[in-house]
Design a protein around this ligand. Structure first.
Ligand code: GCU
Length: 682
């Protein structure tokens, strides 16, 4: 049972339909893979193990002339065809793209421009079998929309994980790297299976121990881990401490314009690349939540990022510079300062001033991974700077992997958001990928939700978020329900009842979670620090800039130009007009943009207060139904998985009631307005 959760979506269930199994067996009788390298070995192993598990027999090794499967880099065998930049229907094949072809009675050809592409083709081919597809004829051409498809770990060297809800770090323990790397290899394999190609292994808050990751005594360990990832086509990045020249180098300053500082970083970069020749680069959280940065020296973020970029450029590395910069020492009495404005106000004026090997990493929303936020106006706000969209897979504000919250629909809304940066149809996903403004570097990054729990993610169904992020990083146009269904099939097999019940549960879970937590886009209302559970005023008088401003008349944050903080002006028209207007603003974001009386009527026809009551009563009921629906699957999913999830659904149902009652009671007491349906409020 340990194995069941551990294997995630790579369980490779035996194909039960006998005619289908026979047709697969005929098609996969033998294999030829010209060439040798660690990445090709990984692909070879995966095909062999996967096919053996699904069909009962692994393909026999054969020469390319005789083999039923030929896999490799274009040009390495005549059957693979010549190097190609375009595939079927003119799809551009970049370095990670691949083709899978089979004409009647011909061999199955898996071919790509690079070995990494071959590995991706192998996983895709296996997925066809995992999902029961016909492979009689194949003509697949696929290439990722994003060059950078990255996971950020917030792991510390003591083994703890900031905002981690699935155990301890798989990289570090007791101040050191773990000794055995087999779990890291299994992790790398999961990353590759969904096309992820970059990973940063340490927390963006780089404390004393982790500052040393770029020091000579720890680089051999960094190199060992990089080797493991390399075999699966994943490049390793490190988060660095901006003050490292002082703390590690003994310099008097970390001023980016000081030549000695630049020299120190250049020397560090050279040393790092001696250990890790394909090192990805640095992830940097600077001048953010008490982390050091260029502001200390009166410099701006372009000065700060460019100096590091120059150090990495000769070696092909990049700087991922985070835009999570805001005043975290705000006075709650100050109604003018608006945290939502901060990233745009800091970075927009610097547009065009960053080096080509810098990418600005922008959280999907302007605040901090709330259950509901608008899309950051920086995405599509900058036209001349590489951008990455940052998502949070770990469920910090969305139930901490104790509540079910399938985040793919939320991410889809962010990716599909029309920024209007170049007129209608200027999607945020294309601002991030670079396609919108012809940038070379771009993509998606997300904060990991995995730890050393036997099933990786704590809540077994939270694996769907990990899988879903990978799928969207490759193809932001993939649909949330397709992703859910294929994940279920690969994880639990083809039982139609399991597919139906689990996909309904997943697809409704974000809405359910939202309905019993902070209403209408206002955010927070959680306990300070750990951010779990209801506390309406938990952050109301705090310094973090996260307020709801509820009084006896109404609630919400006025971010309009007319009477508020002016945040709405950071969007392109007609977005800005829509958010500015009380009547046109979408209900679900109303309290993010406007302060309104409780009696204000939503587009739905309900008053704000009645919406709060209704959604919280319904939300708690729906959370309880999740438990009942899960119970209907006993015996149909693996026992350990059933138990692990059930425990959490029991808790979620209870905890949703706590949310319901605290929120409803708070607003009943503030407003004095009773529930129209006379339900119990305390
Ligand atoms: C949130 C989170 C922190 C994290 C920060 C970040 O504020 O609570 O733990 O460090 O985001 O993204 O840097």
């Amino acid at each position: 049972t340990y194995e069941e959760g551990y294997a995630c979506w790579l369980r490779y269930h035996a194909v039960e339909d006998e005619p289908l199994r026979q047709s697969y067996l005929r098609a996969c009788a033998s294999i030829a893979m010209p060439g040798a390298s660690t990445v090709l070995d990984a692909a070879r192993r995966e095909l062999s193990d996967g096919l053996r598990a699904m069909l009962g027999t692994a393909p026999a090794p054969a020469s390319a002339e005789d083999a039923s499967i030929v896999a490799g880099v274009f040009g390495s065998d005549p059957r693979l065809g010549a190097k190609s930049l375009t595939g079927a229907e003119g799809v551009r094949l970049d370095e990670d793209g691949f083709v899978i072809r089979r004409s009647i009675d011909g061999p199955i050809v898996l071919a790509a421009n690079t070995e990494r592409g071959v590995l991706y083709a192998a996983f895709r081919f296996l997925k066809l079998l995992q999902t029961g597809a016909s492979i009689e004829r194949l003509d697949v051409t696929d290439s990722p929309a994003n060059r950078l498809r990255m996971i950020n770990h917030w792991d510390n060297m003591d083994g703890s994980i900031e905002r981690g809800y699935a155990g301890r770090s798989i990289f570090f323990r007791d101040g050191r790297f773990v000794e055995h790397l087999s779990r890291i290899r299994d992790y790398a394999r999961l990353l590759a299976s969904v096309g992820l190609n970059a990973v940063s292994i340490n927390n963006v808050n780089v404390h004393a121990a982790e500052t040393r990751l770029i020091a000579e005594d720890l680089l051999p360990d960094v190199a060992r881990v990089a080797d493991v990832f390399r075999a699966y086509g994943v490049r390793l990045f490190l988060s660095v401490n901006y003050a490292a020249p002082i703390e590690l180098g003994g310099l008097a300053t970390a001023d980016p314009l000081d030549p000695e500082v630049a020299e120190w970083w250049a020397e560090r970069a050279e040393t790092i690349y001696r250990y890790v020749p394909d090192f990805g680069g640095f992830v940097v959280k600077a001048d953010s939540e008490f982390r050091p940065g260029p502001f200390t020296y009166g410099r701006n973020h372009a000065d700060g990022a460019n100096m590091l970029a120059d150090a990495l450029a000769p070696h092909g590395g990049i700087v991922v510079w985070r835009c999570f910069v805001y005043n975290c020492l705000q006075d709650w009495r100050d109604r003018k300062t608006d945290r939502a404005r901060a990233a745009y106000d800091h970075f927009k004026p610097l547009d065009g001033r960053f080096r080509d090997n810098v990418a600005l990493q922008i959280k999907n929303g302007p605040m901090d991974f709330q259950v509901r936020e608008p899309v950051s106006p920086l995405l599509g706000g900058m036209t001349n700077t590489n951008q990455l969209m940052e998502l949070q897979i770990t469920q910090e504000y969305t139930g901490q992997q104790r509540h079910l919250c399938y985040l793919v629909p939320q991410w889809k809304e962010a990716l599909d958001f029309d920024t209007y940066a170049r007129g209608e149809g200027s999607l945020a996903s294309e601002a991030a990928s670079g396609a919108l403004f012809d940038r070379l570097i771009g993509g998606l990054a997300a904060v990991s939700n995995i730890g050393d729990d036997p099933n990786w993610t704590g809540h077994p169904l939270a694996q769907a978020n990990f899988y879903g992020f990978g799928r969207l990083a490759w193809d932001p146009r993939a649909a949330a329900d397709d992703i859910a269904r294929e994940w279920i099939r690969m994880t639990f097999g083809g039982d139609p009842q399991v597919i139906r019940v689990v996909s309904d549960m997943l697809l409704q879970s974000w809405d359910i979670y939202e309905s019993y937590t902070a209403p209408l886009g206002v955010g927070w209302m959680v306990n300070p620090n750990h951010h779990y559970g209801p506390n309406v005023d938990g952050y109301e008088y705090a310094k973090w800039g996260t307020y709801h401003f509820a009084d006896r008349q109404g609630i919400g944050v006025d971010r309009t130009v007319a009477s508020g903080t002016g945040y709405t002006s950071q969007y392109h028209s007609p977005r800005s007009d829509r958010y500015e207007s009380l009547s046109a603003c979408p209900d679900e974001l109303l309290l993010f943009f406007h302060h309104v009386p409780y009696t204000h009527l939503l587009a739905s026809g309900k008053s704000v207060i009645q919406h709060i009551y209704d959604s919280h009563f319904e939300g708690a009921d729906r959370a309880a139904e999740l438990l009942a629906r899960w119970d209907s699957l006993q015996g149909a999913v693996p026992e350990a998985t059933f138990r692990e999830a059930r425990e959490r659904f029991v808790h979620q149902a209870e905890h949703a009631k706590e949310w319901r009652d605290q929120i409803n009671t708070y607003f009943y007491r503030k407003s004095g307005i009773p529930d129209a349906h006379g339900r119990t409020i305390y």
